[in-house]
Design a protein around this ligand. Structure first.
Ligand SMILES: Nc1ncnc2c1ncn2[C@@H]1O[C@H](COP(=O)(O)OP(=O)(O)OP(=O)(O)O)[C@@H](O)[C@H]1O
Ligand SMILES: [Mg+2]
Length: 272
């Protein structure tokens, strides 16, 4: 479980994060949702320690991270896997070398052990036999898969993904979302995904934090997100015509169910 408490961050006097607190659960896909420029990536970077918050704290499974001793922060960092926006693979390295890289940096595994782990992770993301390919030979979806394999290679406890399905077609995007959710549940990882994609919310939003202008305006699950009366959240969700149509269908179904119930009561006066 990751807990954040009262995170503030400004750049050049401009407030980007304004006292964000919350909990990200283990074994769940926790989404950070919000419009462009609202501070999602900055919050993610504050959590992993790439940016130092001006105020506030981050705790990983009870261990205080922000401002703690270097060796404790490094110990936590070793448990973090990160999938960057755009995958950020090393262009001059093969797929195998990309996935092996964090194992070389972070573990004392032998070459043979590293290769076993690389092959295991590539198989897990559906890319067995892609070892010798160069990133330039891969499709966008395959690059994301390699990025995921690289992130989980050192047995990560915490997984951070910044816009994992941006730039992918809708079907591939859903497959990548599902893969991240499966891996999260299988290895009981605490996963935080930054997104502004409503498809991801509906497919994998176990727990969602909605950010608006640097503040947390709402949190809950995909089951509740359509039924809030928070104007900023509704503006965000229903900006998309498909989502508006989905809400209309839902409302019509509810009205129909209500009228059927009313009619059945009228047919059976004893039940009233
Ligand atoms: N290193 C930095 N220096 C100055 N300003 C920054 C820095 N990083 C982010 N910002 C500013 O912070 C604000 C929030 O940026 P952030 O990248 O977190 O947005 P976001 O919610 O991730 O948006 P998007 O969905 O477009 O990725 C933006 O106005 C951005 O310009
Ligand atoms: Mg961002």
């Amino acid at each position: 479980m990751i807990e954040i408490h009262n995170i503030h961050k400004s750049f050049d006097g401009k407030k980007v994060l304004d006292g964000v607190s919350g909990v990200f659960e283990t074994g769940m896909t926790n989404l950070l949702l919000g419009a462009s420029g609202t501070g999602k990536s900055v919050l993610l970077k504050c959590i992993v320690g790439l940016i130092k918050p001006d105020l506030g704290s981050v705790t990983f499974d009870g261990t205080y991270f922000t401002n703690n001793k270097l060796d404790i922060r490094q110990e936590i960092r070793r448990k973090i896997g990160m999938l960057f926006q755009g995958s950020a693979l090393f262009d001059s390295m093969t797929v195998e070398q990309n996935v092996e890289f964090p194992l070389k940096m972070l573990t004392s595994m032998s070459k043979g052990e590293r290769l076993d782990r690389v092959n295991f992770c590539l198989k897990r993301v559906g890319l067995e036999n892609a070892n010798t390919k160069m990133p330039s030979e891969l499709s966008g979806g395959m690059k994301k898969r390699v990025g995921i394999a690289r992130a989980i290679a050192p047995n990560c406890t915490y997984l951070f993904c910044d816009e994992p399905n941006s730039g992918l077609d809708p079907q591939t995007a859903i497959k990548i979302d599902e893969l991240i959710k499966e891996i999260t549940e299988e290895y009981n990882i605490t996963t935080i995904i930054v997104t502004h994609d409503m498809n991801s919310v509906i497919e994998i939003g176990d727990k969602i934090m909605f950010l608006y202008q640097g503040k947390k305006l709402w949190e809950g699950s995909r089951d509740d997100i359509m039924d809030t009366d928070i104007r900023e959240l509704n503006d965000f969700i229903f900006a998309n015509r498909l989502m508006r149509d989905a809400r209309k269908v839902e409302q019509e179904e509810e009205e129909e169910a209500e009228s059927i119930e009313q009619n059945s009561k009228l047919d059976d006066p004893g039940s009233i």
